[in-house]
Design a protein around this ligand. Sequence first.
Ligand SMILES: [Zn+2]
Length: 334
Amino acid sequence: MGDSGDTLILGIDLGGTKILTAVANAQGMMLSRDHSITPAKEGQQAVVKSILESISRALDQAHIAAADLAAIGLGAPGLSNPETGILYTSPNLPGWKDVPLCDIVEKELGRKVFLINDANAAAVGELYFGAGRGTRNFIYITISTGIGGGIIIDGKIYTGSTGTAGELGHMVIDDEGPRCNCGNRGCWEVLASGTALAREARHRIKDGAATSILKYAHGDIEKINAEAIHEAAQAGDKLANELIAQTAYYFGVGLANLINIFNPEVIVIGGGLSNIGDMLLKPAFDEAGRRAFRQSYQAVRFARAELGRNSGVLGAAALALEQIKSTGKLNKRR
Ligand SMILES: [Zn+2]
């Protein structure tokens, strides 16, 4: 972001389980970083209070006041409108409906606040400070309990007409597939996420499949997760390898769709499930190669996300900085 000097921005990554807040400069260097638990079950007011407390600790740690901030960027899960700063609903924040999140924080801090979907924030973080640096067209995908993502077109996050674009995880892969949390059947995330992998393992074990997966889940079928299956696969378990191959297959089908639609330079992949690495990603890329147009597939490069848990908080900060630069709202109060 070049000549922004020591412009300071505050980024917040609000998740269903944790709140990460950081003060960063325009180069993405973090001056402070506060990590706390999201009291999601206690409702909206408790969460807002926790956000404000986290901001206050992050400012103290960086030895600055709210007045020293150029702006605040807030990444939040669920459907939101970045223009109005309203969070419509969030599967991870039960009870939230049409919350004017930006107004609430602005009133408290006296600084302009910009709202962005959490997966989009992570994409922007990778664009400015991570694996997407120097590129103009890329897709960011995070695979963990679900699949999220962000679409960068011509150096900007694509948010669509009402701000809800980039729901990659709900692209339908199998119209008669398992039911997704969103109500549809066979969404990408219900076939290729860590949750999907664990669900399939439980099904197969209940059906009597011979496998050592349970051993890696402390003998408790409900404790089976992607890590347990990965460990079993590494130890040569046949079912575990088969299940990871199936997840890779579906992941690859979705990648082929994205490659054909967007013809991206890079596809950046992050999230817990991507830690399985080549065992999952290599066959997925190969499947995408069998399905995507040759020209588009040859043009795309696959990269692992570089910012880890900081992608969201740095992306929210980068978005806020970008917004104040483009709208000239620096230091002005609304
Ligand atoms: Zn869905």
